[in-house]
Design a protein. Sequence first.
Length: 309
Amino acid sequence: MITPLEKTLLSVMILVIMFGLGCSLSGKDFKESLKTPKAVIVGFLSQYIIMPVLAYGMAVFFNLDRFVAIGIIIVACCPSGTTSSLFNYFAKGNLALSISLSSITTAAALITMPFLLAFYTGPFQTADIKVETAEVIKSLIACLVPVAGGVFLRSRSERWAKNMEETGAALGIIVILFLIVSWLPRNFEQLLNADIAILFTSIGLGLGGFLFGYWVSRGLGMNRRSSRTVSLETGIQNGPLAFAIILFTFKDDAIAAAILWPALLYSFFIVNTSTIVTYFMRRIARKEWFHFENDEVKNDLFSQGWLKP
């Protein structure tokens, strides 16, 4: 169960996080996306096609409990957040593309999420557990209004926006830690007795997003750097937004807690898997850079006639 105090604190922190997300975005990000339309389109479709299909497929394959299925599908239908840009920075990805994708997917969420949730959660809904489209839209508006406020603040003051962006990013980690520290101990027995399929789904959703996002991008002719970015943007969802939709949409605390369970597990595991994936991406990026740099030096020397090939 989620206590009223926990629900209130979570709601406040989530709204601050979304405000911080808005502070990381600007109108220029949308203009930048027009310079690389192919990469943005591939990233957008990876986000909103691969992830929901992957979550739905695992829910059906493992015959997951309806609460778990709905929770993991809600996570899969969310856009990416500022955390993905942070991992892209360390992975030597295309940071401009990462920010552009976060901007586009977040702006589109108000239209895409209600449709996707209605479609993919439909088979798991019952008379007492319904994902009401109107409630989802209200929850999204409640979360996206602070995003718009953050974008406005950035247009007025880059310095204050940067401070709030960092605050929001830090709160994103604090929210996960808060849930782990306050809620997980009370449900530790539930974790120990959890079906292995739930744990596999919580971990597999992010890993599957990484793999499909990367190889779909490569298959469509994108370079390795941009493919790494699409990979991370696809696998790393906006966990706090998923928490908000669950808490704001489901009024029954017991139902909200049951649906929140897989979202919490995903958020906990994605931090660890993203760190590992980013480490290997960074190592590969360094090798690519040294190879590229050596080729540039050789071409420069040969073109100047200093050395003969």
